[in-house]
Design a protein around this ligand. Structure first.
Ligand SMILES: Nc1ncnc2c1ncn2[C@@H]1O[C@H](COP(=O)(O)OP(=O)(O)O)[C@@H](O)[C@H]1O
Ligand SMILES: [Mg+2]
Length: 340
């Protein structure tokens, strides 16, 4: 059974370095391969590429650089075989994209090729930060996963990453609508009177008359599906970190991220990384391996679900305005942290 075409490409981001994006991408890929999926892992951390190291490949024979510099004709030519059956790997390159500053259309051409690679699932391991290249790769993917830990800095970065991705998506979708662009730009300003401080507020500013625009906007929000993974979980309390993100996303971005699952803190991961053995290969009984298997199964289920239904009429009416404020964000996070 292959994945539904609309859910073949998955991006793994999270804004922050060191939260376990690469460990998770690799582990998820291995578990998916054990579930009989053909998987291609792509190291899209341009500038900090290390997925090949986690995979145990010391000297990649090909990298994305060969593709970007046109030494090969297609992305398929830079896929390398790995020791794990069912997994192909595309190794990362230095930040050629950053240096080349590609247009959005050029990025879409690369992403279309990624989506058409010969596999059931293609997983993109993204770099840290919120550069347009990272956000465009994330947004283009029908499957989006944000990896976080329960540390406040990770929560802050994960929220910032999701917000930047959504606002980038709004700016792209409404690139010819000056009023929307003006409001999006204004909402990214420092606090000022009259600045829209939530997506709901932005919707309120936009509701004057243009039903088509409002419908497009709501459709964008509805299609911005997002899954969260909490890593480095040591206690039940750590898992609850995702609820903080859920809450702030609902309050300020009108998004409803879902929990894909969590990954226990597990010394077996560290050991595998140090030995350059892909985790969880031969470690199937370890706690983190079991967590990864659960998430791989959940992802397969998501891939076989029907695509979201189109908006009903009732969903196209604008919500009532509530009094949102960016400054409320951190008091909300702090309150939540205390209550879990
Ligand atoms: N669940 C975990 N248990 C133990 N160590 C982990 C776990 N997840 C990540 N690590 C450690 O954190 C390091 C950074 O993870 P990595 O996936 O490279 O982060 P990122 O890709 O987000 O920068 C890994 O090398 C590993 O040692
Ligand atoms: Mg990484």
């Amino acid at each position: 059974m292959s994945a539904q075409p609309g859910k073949k490409l998955w991006s793994i981001g999270g804004g922050k370095g060191g939260v376990g994006k690469s460990v998770f991408t690799l582990g998820l890929g291995i578990c998916l391969a054990h579930l009989d999926k053909k998987v291609i892992l792509v190291d899209a951390d341009l500038g900090g590429a290390n997925l090949h190291t986690l995979m145990g490949v010391r000297y990649p024979p090909f990298t994305l650089e060969d593709f970007f510099l046109k030494r090969v004709n297609s992305l398929e030519e830079v896929i390398i075989d790995t020791d794990v059956e069912g997994i192909g790997l595309i190794c990362g390159a230095d930040d050629i994209l950053g240096a080349a500053n590609p247009t959005y259309a050029q990025k879409v051409r690369i992403l279309t090729q990624l989506e058409n690679l010969p596999a059931d699932l293609v997983l993109l391991d993204l770099g840290a930060g919120t550069s347009y290249n990272v956000l465009d790769f994330f947004n283009y993917s029908p499957g989006r996963i944000c990896v976080l830990t329960s540390h406040p800095t990770s929560l802050q970065n994960a929220y910032g990453f999701i917000k930047s991705a959504l606002y980038r998506q709004i700016s792209r979708e409404f690139s010819r609508d000056h009023e929307v662009l003006r409001l999006v730009l204004k909402s990214e300003d420092q606090p000022t009177d009259g600045k829209p401080d939530s997506v709901e507020d932005l919707l309120f500013h936009l509701q004057g008359g243009d039903v088509d625009r409002l419908t497009r906007f709501l459709k964008l929000l509805k299609s911005f599906e997002l899954y969260l993974v909490v890593n480095e979980v040591k206690t039940d309390r750590d898992i609850q970190a995702w609820k903080i993100i859920e809450k702030v996303c609902a309050s300020f971005l009108s998004l409803e991220p879902k929990l894909l699952g969590y990954l226990s803190h597990d010394p077996a991961v560290d050991k595998a990384v140090n030995q350059m053995v892909p985790f969880p290969l031969n470690q199937e009984k370890s706690p983190a391996a079991q967590d990864l298997y659960k998430m791989a199964q959940a992802l397969v289920e998501i891939c076989t679900q029907e695509p979201p239904h189109l908006l009903s009429k009732a969903e196209t009416s604008c919500p009532e305005r509530t009094d949102g404020s960016w400054s409320r964000l951190w008091s909300m996070v702090q309150r939540e942290m205390k209550s879990i």
